[in-house]
Design a binder for this molecule. Sequence first.
Ligand code: IPM
Ligand code: MG
Length: 372
Amino acid sequence: MQKKITVIEGDGIGPEVTAQAVKVLNAVATRFGHTFEYQYALMGACAIDQTGNPLPDETIEACLNGDAILFGAIGHPKYDNDPSAKVRPEQGLLKLRKTLGLYANIRPISTYPALQHLSPLKAERLENVDFVIYRELTGGIYFGKKTIDEAQTVASDDCTYTREEIERIAHPAFQHAQKRRKKLTLVDKANVLETSRLWRKVVQEIAGQYPDVAVDFLFVDNAAMQIILNPAQFDVVLTENMFGDIISDEASVISGSLGLLPSASIGKSGGLFEPIHGSYPQAAGKDIANPLGSILSAAMLLDHLGMQAEAGAVRDAVNWSLAEGLVTQDLDPNQFQYTSQLGDLISARVEDERPPSTGKRRNRLLSSLTII
Ligand code: IPM
Ligand code: MG
């Protein structure tokens, strides 16, 4: 197969982690006989620096011309600490989501035995934790009318949802639940918010079309607590834009590392694939960031292109690296690989899959590459 992938490296550690995902995609292309053509495009603080615009028109065009988008990270501290900045890196990502109609953000929360000791939760709470968050991505308070009066004393952000916006993400969420453990939890604040009551009503109606899926409803404050107390209860979690932003960050750390989690943003056509983590400016350029979130995002991209076996090969290689202790500094400060080394190891594994590795192989890799 021949596919065009738009690569938006973005800010901070974005370029470094994305480069590893591209290496892994190249390994997939070699092993499975595909051709991937990459188009690089700017977005975020780097785009503001170079063009004055966080999302240049050429980037939108490249995204519209490609089959899928691989994205790194966005944001720079110089904008975070300046509330009066008129142009902000994040505006680029929000506009891209809106322009491409990427209304469903899918964030799988998995746990890895090799990382259990890094989780803030006790080991027994991590048993059977495997859920996926469907976050609505192009509506709600993020995109409502925003006002601030001249004296800068009163500000507002409107939150609006339409039935259609709720239905179009609820259906894929239910369908995904049908393929999993057949449970869907709607997270809302229906005891207070009118938009949440509309979400509940629409989801209750749609539930009739999926009789095999058990549906339950949780207020977002309770959901935030349940994610810590009993994360194994969740299968598919469906929620609106801002609640999804908040609970997905919360859920992402229970695996033991934010650096590992991928996400997909999909819509009518195309899709954007990015790690959940941010731009981590303190680590930029040091070759220490964890590339697994980006590599696993590339696996989600492959799934989206219908390349399930290829995606599986990437996930197997990541599992292998974790099981072998081939990890970046954030996971093991004493014995670690640099970002680019881990990208090389995982690409090599994908390209030339071997039987489960032996201690001998591990020692060879460690002696050649590990910084002790
Ligand atoms: C995310 C991020 C973005 C969001 C920011 C960078 C605008 O936090 O993708 O979760 O809030 O959606
Ligand atoms: Mg977020």
